[in-house]
Design a protein around this ligand. Structure first.
Ligand code: ZN
Length: 55
């Protein structure tokens, strides 16, 4: 685990983005976002892990 800043970006149509040094936090926030705004899309932790990029 490095301490670099990371981000998860949602669909460009949505425009949501979250940045954190903490992958767990990114995933938690991403899951919450998906639940609230994308009920029709089933996203799990592994999907979100795959979406993490360097910020
Ligand atoms: Zn979104």
């Amino acid at each position: 685990m490095t301490n670099e800043l990371k981000k998860i970006e949602c669909d460009p149509m949505c425009g949501f983005m979250v940045r954190s040094h903490d992958e767990k936090e990114l995933i938690e926030i991403g899951l919450e976002h998906a639940k609230k705004f994308h009920k029709e899309i089933k996203v799990n932790e592994n999907d979100l892990k795959g979406m993490i990029k360097a910020a």
